[in-house]
Design a protein around this ligand. Structure first.
Ligand SMILES: [Zn+2]
Length: 416
């Protein structure tokens, strides 16, 4: 992407270097308010370590690009000149889409992680790619007027319960949807007419929790989600999501654990998700229709000995697996979502003791075990983040020379 200076015909040596710096700084400021919420210009200056007048100019440019806006300072009594509050423009939005075995969820998420809308469409049977695309386009068509008059859509992000090839979004294998080598991302993008990106659902949930949830600011994190069927994993290493060569890393549910070596959907035997399993909990409770919230309540309140015994068995197996993940990744925090969080909440002391007991001691010291907090926003904000990423990296990137106001018309930038 050519920079602004080059387009304006500034002398090459000066322009390109300067543009790179400007693009990087614009990206830093927009990303800061997008992830951390509205903040005073002075706070942006402090966090980014840029100088005050540079931040003023960058904010003015983001405002001009329609990506941010400013409001007057809240507290006029503070020492020094109060500085304006910079907000990410939540009307700049992305679609978040999650096809799953029993439902399809569509969200409209604005900059700043604001979930404007979330529609969960219940399904009688597992959707084919065609059905999923048809449903999404129908739901989006229903919002078309509002989308075009109120929002500025930058793209779509797909949270897929399966292996997604990073370079092109090919759904390599989604066992519960029974999709194999499905170019779903490409097809959905063509149907929506939007740049479309995809990732594994648990990896996306990990990103959500680390940006807007309990893992905020944690650079080394292991995330495990107990879905209605299966266990998904995501890992953050030194602040970067672990992706692997093709995007398939962190399939933590498909690591082999001690137990009855039952066959797994992935083709192996004895995977963690066959032993620690919501269906097996439901079977002992005697109700196979419990959703994850109901399961949470039952596990928290039950005095049925058989249910307690099965929950304890699953906790012991899960604790052993978590101890292994702690040894491999040396995280600061392990975040549990879905029914895994319910298992933890039902017996937190026993759970923690079992992890410590199974661990290589010095590595487990100081590791925090936490419950995911984002609930219904969990997959939405992370999926939207996939679509926001190109914009965050290069906020002025899509500007054409024609759209740019002449230099003289640009707003004057003050130091504060
Ligand atoms: Zn497996």
């Amino acid at each position: 992407m050519r920079g602004q200076g080059a387009e304006r015909g500034l002398s090459a040596g000066y322009g390109s270097r300067n543009d790179e710096t400007r693009q990087h700084n614009l990206s830093t400021v927009l990303t800061t308010v997008h992830h951390s919420g509205p903040m005073a210009r002075a706070e942006i200056t402090r966090r980014t370590r840029l100088n005050r007048s540079t931040v003023g100019a960058l904010v003015a440019e983001l405002v001009e690009l329609g990506l941010a806006f400013e409001t007057p300072p809240e507290d006029q009594t503070l020492r020094g000149r109060p500085s304006a509050i910079v907000h990410p423009n939540a009307k700049v939005a992305a679609l978040a889409i999650n096809p799953d075995i029993d439902a399809l969820t569509l969200g409209l998420v604005g900059l700043g992680g604001v979930v404007h809308k979330r529609v969960r469409y219940e399904l009688d049977k597992t959707p084919s790619p065609e059905i999923a695309i048809k449903l999404v386009t129908r739901l989006v068509d229903g919002m078309r007027d509002e989308l075009s008059s109120v929002y500025r859509l930058v793209g779509a992000g797909l949270a897929i319960p399966g292996l997604v090839r990073h370079r092109d979004g090919l759904v390599r294998r989604a066992p519960y949807l029974d999709w194999t080598n499905e170019p779903f991302t490409e097809r959905m993008g063509a149907a929506l007419g939007l740049p479309t990106y995809a990732g594994n659902d648990a990896g996306i949930a990990m990103i959500s929790e680390s940006l807007y949830g309990v893992g905020r600011g944690i650079k080394n994190l292991v995330y495990l989600n107990g879905f209605a069927v299966g266990i998904g994993g995501g890992v953050m290493v030194a602040g970067v999501p672990l992706r692997g060569e093709d995007g398939y890393a962190a399939e933590l549910g498909h690591t082999v654990v001690p137990g009855s070596m039952l066959p797994c959907h992935c083709g192996r035997r004895g995977c963690l998700e066959t032993e620690v399993n919501a269906t097996r909990l439901r079977a002992v409770i005697g109700s196979d229709s419990l959703d994850l919230d109901e399961l949470d309540t039952v596990l928290a309140t039950t005095d049925d000995r058989a249910v307690r015994r099965e929950a304890e068995r699953q906790v012991a197996v899960l604790a052993g697996a978590i101890a292994d993940f702690i040894s491999v990744f040396n995280p600061k925090m392990v975040v549990l979502g879905g029914f895994l969080a319910s298992l933890h909440a039902a017996m937190p002391e026993k759970f923690t003791e079992a992890i410590v007991e199974a661990s290589f001691q010095p590595i487990v010291e100081g590791v925090r075990i936490e419950r995911a907090v984002l609930r219904s926003r969990l997959l939405m904000v992370g999926a939207a983040e996939l679509a926001f990423t190109p914009l965050l990296l290069n906020p002025a990137g899509n500007r054409s020379t024609a759209e740019e106001p002449a230099e003289a018309e640009r707003p004057t930038v003050s130091a504060n």
